[in-house]
Design a protein around this ligand. Sequence first.
Ligand SMILES: C[S@@+](CC[C@H](N)C(=O)[O-])C[C@H]1O[C@@H](n2cnc3c(N)ncnc32)[C@H](O)[C@@H]1O
Length: 261
Amino acid sequence: MRRFVAILILAISRIGHRVLSVHGRFRNRNFETATLKWWLQPIPDVQFTKFPPIDDFMNGPIAWYHGRFIHQRRVEVLSRHLADLIVPDASVLDVGCGDGLLSARLQQLRPDLSVSGIDVLVRPDAKIEVVEFDGKTIPIAKDGVDVVLMVDVLHHTDVPGDMLKEAARVSKKQVIIKDHYLQGFAAHQTLSMMDNVGNTRHGVEIPCNYQTPEQWTQLYQASGLQVAEMRNQLGLYLPPLNWFFERSLHFIASLEERTKS
Ligand SMILES: C[S@@+](CC[C@H](N)C(=O)[O-])C[C@H]1O[C@@H](n2cnc3c(N)ncnc32)[C@H](O)[C@@H]1O
């Protein structure tokens, strides 16, 4: 029975995957080539130590739905929060900017800002200019920018505290992070599922380095930062998705140097 269910899910996901990608909705050539190769490979013998059809399903129709609806709403909601939080006339460095959509929208909402991006993985279709860096040392002098943004980036790094210290070093006025709280029912499973759906197809590392609220506080302190403003209810999802994926799993923290108060 389990084998039958597994093969059924795999077959459905492949059909969905094929229909969506063949009709070009992903608009990403690399992804479509990968999709085609994936479609053509033989159906594997299902091993029950792992449950591969779930991964396939995540990267098919669910990935399409995520890209088409969830990500667009996320960009709009987060860019409005950020536009509201960032100090006037600032130079902003978006560390781990990904596809750059968020920064591009932020720049539209706040023309007084000057936004640039760096990332370990430069996407060919990025909406802003992105400079590649090693993911450890931000290639900017101390106090070299007014504001550092890190939106859903720190849980992708091997040592979040080190990257936060780097952000504190190069920023003159503000460090703003959007990240996850490891708290509540099945938080790790929920977050890692969201991470996989949103990132696997872009080749982003997913170490699932989620922190509890207490661990975040320790990381701020170790970086010489303190919370200037905290937002916990962001409105990233509409009901009923917010019952599962929003809860108290997301936050935006606007941080400043501890000596500033
Ligand atoms: C979930 S995506 C977020 C992208 C973008 N900030 C956004 O909100 O749309 C995570 C990003 O972090 C980047 N990343 C992973 N490890 C990193 C590191 N050590 N330093 C900087 N960026 C990193 C990935 O390449 C990816 O673009």
